[in-house]
Design a binder for this molecule. Sequence first.
Ligand SMILES: C[S@@+](CC[C@H](N)C(=O)[O-])C[C@H]1O[C@@H](n2cnc3c(N)ncnc32)[C@H](O)[C@@H]1O
Length: 416
Amino acid sequence: VQSPIELEQTAFNFHQGNPKSMEAISNLPLPDAFLEFLNENGIDPSIYTATDSTPRYIRLKPGCEEQLEAIEADIKCKLEKVEWLPNFYSLPPHIQIASSKSYQEGKIYGIDAASGAAVSALNISPGDHVLDLCAAPGAKLCMVLELLGNSGSVTGVDVAKHRLAACRTLVQKYKLGDNCRLFVADGASFSLIPIRVHSDFKSVNREFGVEKDEFLFKEWTSRRPWKERKRANKEIKNGSLELVQDPELIYYGRCSGVVGMSKIELFQTVSSHEISQYGYDKVLVDAECTHDGSIKHIQKFENWGWSTMERRVLDAERTDDLTVLQFRLLTNGFKLLRVGGNLVYSTCSLTHAQNEDVVERFLSLNPCAELLVIDGSESWPCKSGRIPKTLRFDPLTSRTSGLFVAKFTKLAKDNI
Ligand SMILES: C[S@@+](CC[C@H](N)C(=O)[O-])C[C@H]1O[C@@H](n2cnc3c(N)ncnc32)[C@H](O)[C@@H]1O
């Protein structure tokens, strides 16, 4: 394991083309094709030399601070407070927490500090209605729910049903699901606004009124009642299922606003003028990407086979498709944001194509979008991105996984 000074020296040497550092990089268990990918994308491969010394991070459930010593005894490891991020602690990378009582009881959960920073950039306030457009497997969504406490709501969307089901398990395990609803849907076209149960907003979600014999959502249960299954079969026969099943609601909590609503009310969409007032207060677009900044992800390819990585990470056609998807997710997330709200765009890729280039194109086509400085980020151990106000975390600089973060607000049309 290299000391931080040695790591910095390695990074410096790499820039200087020093053969010793090249040796350090070539000793990494990374295939040449990946190193070429990094080179083509202007990513300094020396960030991966910090692999072995990058700690793991956990977030402590608020209110469990008093139990810190007991938790340390349980996981048999001292926890080091992350000074720049509340409730975060680091621990050596080899420590496993999954079998500990504290983890099973939901007092701690694993989430990288850079991911925590992306959530923190949203500036969640009590009562916020939050949209998480690429939600699964759900670490960031859980942190948002925790920050909200019993107020506001979180709408989680993901295109992969099995991944979103894992997210549902997570929110239930941590007993955080009361204010949450989860939809399997394409985040690039998802169009539902939050359910604002406050009386001022009721008219928006109650535009249609409820017919006497209409289906109303009861409290969520994992077992679909017989009557509902019969209704779904009937809808398949009538050919109307696609309309009601897209997006597919796979979970909603008691206080998510869904209980008592009709399907027509839940799935109604509104005009862009109404969205500017009643849209989400905060939107997280943690977009699908090549994951090249995530050391843990890259290491998985050792088992999956490097050829899988060539297909999933390095294939130029796939990365081109991804940048289109990222742009569409960002654009749609922004469309669903209310005026004055905040949107955070993040990826765990460190390529410019998936980050700054997407942001630049988005800003040039959306005059209502303004990049914001992220509150508190001056004390974060990260670098600025190519565009001022955007941030880049990497293992060498930040001792975290790699992450790009940009924060926007939506201006009223009259203020442009
Ligand atoms: C980087 S992961 C999100 C991680 C998650 N935010 C968390 O903190 O656990 C990206 C997610 O985007 C999802 N995804 C890919 N294409 C999507 C799309 N068109 N719409 C919504 N989600 C999509 C993937 O299934 C994947 O779960």
